[in-house]
Design a protein around this ligand. Sequence first.
Ligand SMILES: CC(C)(COP(=O)(O)OP(=O)(O)OC[C@H]1O[C@@H](n2cnc3c(N)ncnc32)[C@H](O)[C@@H]1OP(=O)(O)O)[C@@H](O)C(=O)NCCC(=O)NCCS
Length: 185
Amino acid sequence: MVFEATEIVLKDGTRAVLRTPEESEAELMLDYAAGCSAESPYLNRTPDEWKGVTVESEVAWIRAHRDSGSMLLTCFQDGKVIGNISVSRTEKRKMAHRGLVGIAVRKAWWNKGVGSALFERIIEEAKKTDLEILDLALYSVNTRAKALYDKFGFVTVGETPYAFKMEDGKYISELLMQKYLKTFD
Ligand SMILES: CC(C)(COP(=O)(O)OP(=O)(O)OC[C@H]1O[C@@H](n2cnc3c(N)ncnc32)[C@H](O)[C@@H]1OP(=O)(O)O)[C@@H](O)C(=O)NCCC(=O)NCCS
């Protein structure tokens, strides 16, 4: 899906734009993703793992989201990518009512309302589709992300123990959360 640009005002009074990225912005998106991974231990790919991702595969990823029921919504400010949310859908029919959410904001913009603006818009857009459930997974110790997901009505539905093995050898469990876009019996 492709979302047209809308302007938002962040908590610090500055303006930013939300829209779906173009395939030609793949390098910008890769820089953003690698940057986020260096700023938080709670993203699955390490910065060196991002180095192995080619511009071509990022182009394909953007194209796949633009040309399907999946969604990419990116926050731009002054030509920089400062945040992104994705909702990835499968073509498998039995799971097509669910979309898997991924979100990250560059550290310099944390707590300025970017994550909230991305969620507000993506939930509004998701409600216009046949999506019934938004799924997400997070490191159980990621209290900042959990607070955001709680605020947008996600509920914890499970926990996978020992899901992540950190560089220091310690394990962190993974929380599974869902937001229901319709009422289930
Ligand atoms: C999690 C993340 C997406 C939040 O984005 P953000 O733009 O900072 O979010 P917002 O500013 O819209 O909202 C953050 C909320 O969390 C609250 N918060 C911040 N730090 C917190 C903490 N340690 N504990 C609890 N709440 C916290 C803020 O007060 C704010 O709540 P409010 O809107 O009610 O005031 C961002 O911090 C991020 O990208 N982190 C690193 C990557 C990551 O963890 N991604 C999620 C992977 S599952």
